[in-house]
Ligand binder design. Structure first.
Ligand SMILES: Nc1nc2c(ncn2[C@@H]2O[C@H](COP(=O)(O)OP(=O)(O)O)[C@@H](O)[C@H]2O)c(=O)[nH]1
Ligand SMILES: [Mg+2]
Length: 233
C-alpha cells in the first residue's frame, strides 16, 4: 500500500518536515497486531471525542477515518509514520475503539478483554497513551476509569481536551479544572483539530515520550526509557 505524504512540525526550530503516514492494520485480535517495532502512541477516548480527527490534524492529512456516527472504529487501527529518507517507520500511531455509547458497549467490553486490555498492558513499544476528553461536557465515568486503569498499569499518559474551538475561553478554564479534578491529573493539553490549537505542543509531547521522557509532569515510575512497562510474567 502506498504511503501518504503528510506534514508535521517535527523540527520546531528548523521548520516543517514531511512525513509519510500509512494505514497498516486493523486489529480485533492480538494475533493481528503488527510486530512491535518503533515507539507507539495510542489515542484513546469516548466514541466521537475526536481521536481520528486529532491523528489527521497531527499528520495534516486525512489518514484516519472520521465519522459523526459513534462507534465506527471497532478494532485498533495502526498507522506507520516515517520521516523522509528513512527505510523503516519511526513511529506508530494507534487509533483505539471508542467507549461510552450503549449501542456498542457490549461489543466493546468483549473487545476490551480480548485485545484492548492486552494491547495496553503488554505492547512492549507503547511509549505514550493520549487520553482524549471533551471539555464541552461534564467529566465522564468512562474517562475516569480509563485514566485510573492507565495509572494502575504504569503507562505514560497524557490527557488532551479536544474540540476547544467549540467552547469560549471563559468556559474552557473551569471545564479544564473540573476535568483535572475528576481525572486526577495536573495537566490537560487543549486541542482543536479544526483550528490547529495545541498541535505543536502535542507533537512536542509525542517527541518527548518517544525519547523516553515522561509526558508533562506525570512521571511513570514503572516505565523504562522507551516507555515500556515490565512484561507480565
Ligand atoms: N468543532 C470541532 N469538531 C471536531 C473536532 N474534532 C473532531 N470533530 C468532529 O467530531 C466528530 C467525531 O470526530 P472523530 O475524529 O471521528 O471522533 P472519534 O470517534 O473519536 O474518532 C466529527 O464530526 C468531527 O468532525 C474539533 O477539533 N472541532
Ligand atoms: Mg475514529
Amino acid at each position: 500500500m502506498a504511503g501518504q505524504l503528510a506534514t508535521c512540525p517535527l523540527k520546531s526550530h528548523t521548520g516543517k518536515v514531511k512525513v509519510f503516514a500509512q494505514f497498516i492494520a486493523a486489529a480485533t485480535d492480538v494475533s493481528h497486531f503488527p510486530a512491535p517495532s518503533p515507539p507507539e502512541v495510542a489515542f484513546l477516548g469516548r466514541s466521537n471525542v475526536g481521536k481520528s480527527s486529532v491523528i489527521n490534524s497531527l499528520l495534516s492529512h486525512k489518514v484516519a477515518r472520521t465519522s459523526s456516527t459513534p462507534g465506527r472504529t471497532r478494532g485498533i487501527n495502526f498507522y506507520a509514520i516515517r520521516w523522509p529518507g528513512r527505510p523503516r517507520p519511526d513511529l506508530f500511531f494507534t487509533d483505539l475503539p471508542g467507549y461510552g455509547y450503549a449501542k456498542v458497549s457490549h461489543e466493546l467490553s468483549a473487545g476490551w478483554q480480548k485485545f484492548i486490555e492486552p494491547y495496553l498492558k503488554q505492547r512492549p513499544t507503547l511509549a505514550l497513551c493520549i487520553s482524549l476528553v471533551d471539555p464541552n461536557i461534564p467529566p465522564q465515568p468512562g474517562d475516569q476509569q480509563l485514566c485510573e486503569f492507565l495509572r494502575a498499569i504504569g503507562r505514560p499518559h497524557l490527557v488532551v481536551a479536544t474540540k476547544v474551538d467549540r467552547i469560549s475561553n471563559n468556559q474552557l478554564q473551569p471545564s479544564l479544572q473540573r476535568l483535572k479534578e475528576a481525572l486526577g491529573t495536573e495537566h490537560i493539553l487543549s486541542y482543536s483539530a479544526r483550528t490547529g490549537t495545541g498541535r505543536d505542543e502535542l507533537w512536542k509531547q509525542i517527541r518527548r515520550a518517544v525519547a523516553g521522557e515522561s509526558p508533562l509532569a506525570e512521571p511513570s515510575p514503572l516505565a523504562d526509557s522507551l516507555g515500556r512497562t515490565p512484561s507480565p510474567s
